[in-house]
Ligand binder design. Structure first.
Ligand code: OAD
Length: 264
């Protein structure tokens, strides 16, 4: 598909070199993005903690973020787990208890709608809370893992464990090895299949919709510029400016749950 010619005659008249920054509900930005989404045959979406903030799940950065009160090095690294698996599991158990009480919001559901409408769609989330699959998303890569999945440190088996509270430390039902959260920690690599699928969606989409991520954790932080280079129309929905704001075609300032449903 030749995107340049797809868009060449539409007369949008937007200046792709300068992002337009708009506050919530700005009709021009919202209408433009809405039309882009309605006309696109290939859409990719990237989400971060901000989309789940509207469900009451804490984000990582920012005033109330988890990394304000917890040191990532002590809790979200393979070294931390090797040193003190019990401490790491206590923290994940606390987060599981918190997330178990939360439900998907209008933004999660809107992305399910989008998935059903668009010919080729892929959702890439950095969130581990499982709220996208809970809403019904199927064309989805959870590139940082899922807090409801466990992986055996001995035999590598991945399973689902939704016990709240979880028995600490949990043991593998097959080999009795120590289980760990099936989450990508700092210093660990992403699953190559997820990664390939995500990069391919970002490189081949006509529209990339970025929602509620601070845009500083790689590789997701590179998706906006990758999609731009490949000729996509890139949009950001966030409460605050991020490093992506300067790169995108439209930046809409507001809450995910208020903005994303309006885009469909
Ligand atoms: P961050 O906590 O870094 O960023 C959350 C973003 O959401 C910020 O840019 C906020 O401005 C924005 N935001 C907050 N509330 C919002 C709302 N209601 N609507 C729209 N936007 C809102 O979270 P991530 O970017 O997801 O890694 O962080 C990336 C990764 O860093 C996470 O996946 C996690 C963390 O360490 C792992 O768990 C492996």
């Amino acid at each position: 598909m030749d995107r340049a010619s797809d868009y060449g005659s539409e007369g949008w008249g937007f200046n792709s070199l300068r992002a337009r920054h708009h506050h919530m509900g700005h009709p021009v930005a919202v209408q433009e993005l809405k039309a882009r989404l309605a006309g696109a045959r290939a859409v990719a979406a990237l989400t971060g903690a901000g989309i789940s903030a509207d469900s009451g799940v804490p984000t990582f950065r920012g005033a109330d973020g988890l990394w304000q009160t917890h040191r990532a090095e002590d809790l979200a690294t393979p070294e931390a787990f090797a040193r003190d698996p019990r401490l790491v599991w206590e923290w994940y158990n606390w987060r599981r208890e918190l997330i178990a009480a939360k439900s998907p919001n209008a933004a999660h559901y809107a992305l399910v709608d989008l998935e059903r409408r668009v010919e080729r769609f892929w959702l890439i989330t950095q969130n581990v809370d499982g709220l996208h699959p809970a809403a019904g998303s199927q064309k989805l890569s959870e590139i940082h893992g899922n807090i409801w999945k466990v992986r055996c440190t001995q035999c590598g088996q991945v399973g689902t464990n939704s016990a709240v509270p979880i028995l600490i430390p949990p043991r593998c039902p097959t080999c009795n090895g120590l289980l760990r959260p099936h989450i990508v920690w700092f210093g660990e690599s992403l699953d190559p299949v997820d990664l390939e699928r995500s990069f391919s969606a970002v490189r081949s989409c006509e529209v990339l919709l970025i929602v509620g991520t601070s845009g500083i954790v790689y590789p997701a932080a590179s998706f906006a510029s990758l999609a731009k280079e490949a000729g996509a129309f890139v949009a950001e929905v966030n409460l605050d400016p991020t490093p992506n704001t300067q790169i995108v075609d439209v930046a809409i300032r507001g809450r995910a749950k208020d903005i994303v449903p309006v885009l469909l």
